[in-house]
Design a binder for this molecule. Sequence first.
Ligand code: F6R
Length: 610
Amino acid sequence: MCGIIGYIGGKNCVPILIEGLKRLEYRGYDSAGVGLIENNTPVVIKKKGRVAELENKISKLKIDSSVGIAHTRWATHGEPNEVNAHPHVNKDSTIFLVHNGIIENFNELRTDLQNKGFEFRSETDSEVLVQLIDFFMGKDVSLFDAVRYAMNMVKGTYGIAIASTHVPEKIIVARKGSPLVIGLGNGENFIASDVNAIISYTSSIVYLDDGEIACVQKDSFEVKNIDDELIEKEIQQVKISIDSISKGNYAHFMLKEIMEQPVSVKNSFRGRLLFEEGSSKLGGLQGFETRIANSNRILICACGTSWHAGLVAEYMIEQYAGIPVEVEYASEFRYRNPIITADDTCIFISQSGETADTLAAMKEAKRRGALVLGVCNVVGSSIARESHAGVYIHAGPEIGVASTKAFTSQLVVLALITILIARTKHLSLVDGQNILRELDKIPSKIQQILDNHAKIEKIAEEFIDSKNFLYLGRGYNFPVALEGALKLKEISYIHAEGYPAAEMKHGPIALIDKNMPAVFISPVDSVYEKVLSNIEEVKARKGRIIAIATEDDNYIDKIVDYVIKVPNTIRMLMPILTVIPLQLLAYHIAVKKGLNVDQPRNLAKSVTVE
Ligand code: F6R
C-alpha cells in the first residue's frame, strides 16, 4: 500500500523524488522519507505526516544528489513515526532500503540477526530486510547477490528498492507480490511502485514480475531471477496524460473523477458496441467467448467497491445470459476450500489490479483449472497480467482514494461482457441492440445528473451532523445501496449501512427514528411498489428520507423529504445512474465536515497487503 520511487542519473533527484512521492501519496500518507547519496555520503531524511512536511524539511538542507530512493508509508507493523518511516538503514547507514508489502517471518529473522549482534531501531517488519542484506554483504557478497540471498530467506510480499554508498552507481530493486516498474530515460533511469509517479519523465516502462531482481544504473538495467539467471524484459510504451493525474481546477481528485464520468464511461465502451450484431467487441476476450458462454457457473471475486460492481454483474449475467453467478469477497475465497472446476469462469474485478486478496484468489482459481478473467483499470497491473484473458475498463487513472469513476466503468464493462455472452445464448438481436442504444445514451444522462450538482450539495448541508445513515435498495439497486453507504463511511466517517430494502423489517427497522436518515434508491422498475411500501414503513417511524428516483416519478416527491431525480434507462444500466447522486452526496457531506476526501484517515488506495 506504500509508494516507492527512485532515481539514478545526472540530475539532482530531490525534486524528482518529492514530485513522485506526491503522486504516490494516495497509496499511503502517514509518513514519508528519502535516502540519498551526496558525494558518497548517505543522507536519510524522514518525517511523520504528509509529503509536504518532508519537502519542507528537505528544502532547508540544500541537498544535491543524483541517486536516491523514497517512500510514502501506510503503516502495517509499527505506528506511524519517524523511526518506523522508510528508508530503513543498516548500522552505519551505508545501505538503505524502502519496502512495500509484509515480511511474514520477520520475527524469526530478527531474532536470528539479533543473536548475531545486529541491532534494530524500528518496530517494522521491513527493517529486517536491510539488516539481512547487510549481513550478507559482510560476507563479501555484492549488493545484488546480498539482495538475492535475502529474497530467498523471506516469506511474504515485497516490492523493494535498495541503494548503498558501497555501490553508488546502482539501485537494486526486487519484487514479489507488490508492484515495481523501471522507467527508462536518457542517461537516467527511474524506479517506482506505480507508473504514475514517473510518467512525467518517461513512458518507456519495464514491469518486473514476481521473483525478479534488477540492477538499475543510469544508462542500463539488468533483470535476473532468484537463481541468478538473466531475463529478457519487454520495454512497454505506456500512455498516461499528465492532465489525467493532475487535479486541474478541481478542489479534490474525487470531485474531478465524479465529474469525469460522462467521458470515462464513454471511454469504457468506445469502439466496443457492435450495433449491427447487437453485441459487443472485447478484444481481450477474443477466442474465449464460447468457453465463457458454456461455463457451468461464473464466479466473481473482488473487494470493496469492485465487489459491489460484481454484485450488479450477478443480476446482469443471470438475467440475460442465464448462467448461475456467485459473487465472493476475494479475502474469503482464498482462505476456504472453494469448489472450482475447469468448467467455471472466474472474473476478478480490480481497479488497481494490485489488490493482494484479489490477486491471491485469482492465482488459486487458476491453480484449480478455471478460466480466469481480469476486469482492471490499471494497464499492466498484476491481475491484468496474471489472467488468461480480460478487459480493461479504460476509466483513466483514479487517484481519489474513494473509488467513483472506476465503479461506473466496471459496470459498463460488465454489461458488455454480459451482452457478449448473452448473444451467444438467448438474447435476441433486437434486445441486444436495445441494450447498446441505452448504453450509448448513458454519458449524457450522467451529465444531466451532474448538472443537478448544486441541489445535491444543498441536501448534503442538512446531514452533516448525522451520526448514522441507512441506504436501501432492491434488485439491481441493492449493490448501489451498499456502494452509497461505503462512500459515505469512508470519507465522512459517518456510520452507514446498506441493506436490501425488504430486509429492513428483519432488524434494521429498530434503528429508525427522527435522527436516522434513510436513502432509498427507488427508480420506477419492477420492484418500485414494494420499495414504496418500505418508504412508508420508515416514514411511519419518523425517519428522514432521501429518495433517488426516476425523472418521471412525481408521486415520490409527495412522500419523502428530499428527492434527487435521475433519467430513466433499462434496469441493468440503472446502477450507473443511481450511484452518481450518492457519490456527490458523500463527497459534499465530507467536504462540509472539513475532511480530506482524497486521503481519508486509515485508508490507502491500493490494498497490496492482506
Ligand atoms: C472504496 C474503494 C475500495 C476498493 C477496494 C478494491 O471506495 O476504493 O473499497 O474498491 O480496495 O480495490 P481494487 O478495485 O483496486 O481491487
